[in-house]
Ligand binder design. Sequence first.
Ligand SMILES: [Zn+2]
Length: 411
Amino acid sequence: MTQKRRRRAPAPLEPRPALSPLHKLVVQAVDRRGPDILGLSRDLYLRPELSGEERHACTVVTARLEKAGFKVERGVAGLGTAFTARLGRGRGAHVGVLLEYDALPEVGHGCGHNLIAACGLGAGLALADLIRRWRGRLTLVGTPAEETFGGKVVLADAGIFDRMDGVLMVHAGYENRVFSNSLACGSFEVVFLGRSAHAVTSPELGINALDALVQLYVGLDLMEKSLGRGVRIPGVILEGGVRPNMVPERAVGRFSVRAPTHALRRAVHRRVVRLVQGIARATGARFSIHPTDYPYLEMRTSRALAEVAREHLLRLGRRTNDAPRTAMGSLDMGNVSHRAPAVHIYVDLGAGAIAGHTREFARATQAAAGRRATLAGAKVLALTALDLLTRPTLRRAARAEFRAAGARTTG
Ligand SMILES: [Zn+2]
């Protein structure tokens, strides 16, 4: 064997302790429910629904859960396509499992949220099959509109996740991962209002709103470069006048501030506001700033839960990438992670370095490797949930770590 070949060969997985008899029952229960799980993934793939319009998804998932004995509440936190489905009894742990199901325009389930819903359903059905073997409460939460305003932010603010011992979800990806980091994010629109005038004969009589916005655009680029520390301030210009012979009286831009922590994001946002004020004073334009979505908080992965999920993925033959992500976006799961110990798990679709938000990604959820990833996702959720429900020491460790991470942060 050549040196090159030897480097390419994947290292064998280190031996793991075998699954306990109870864990084996969970795995078997997921496999038994395979047709239900994969059927849902395919159904949603064929009927993609945009954020906030996920009525079919919500209806079929909740009907399935009700049939399995869950107590379902729809329209939670004022979101028409959100739900909670509760199962369990007595004291003990309270575990949350999240289901997303919104799709994207043009590319359908290009982010694979059909798989997320299927994994959550599978974990719920498997644990319902074994309910006599655990104590505590399991709540499945249907979290709509991840792709737009972030349904989890609304649900987190409504207190849905408060006092849960762990909140788990699975997302499809190009690698297996349990330690997910994400940036805090806040988006806002800036409107400058000036005064129109003939742009050639009497521009001095006007106030050029576009000039103000261009200064802001350039200023934010400089601010981003000077701040470093992982801060990003991308932006677009939406309106910048009507005709070249008229001084633009209205200009509109949209920007977002992304930063490794919520505190830093807020500090940068205050600087942005001061810059807008300064430009308005310098140009004579008036301005308004308003948020365009709910601020996302950075993801705080529960190390205690992630370690358990990682072990289970290894037992399922999936090695995880534990190096911190360098290129990352923002997740509404971040807000959940400031309310309860949380883990956002990625399962490898087995389609190589595939890009998200594409038709290829949607199709990969239906390929043989994608179907295997779906069942693995359901299993890691069910196994980790079961550990939380049956191991008080794990609950205490997750809770202690969560407390140590600091007081609850609000948007
Ligand atoms: Zn997604």
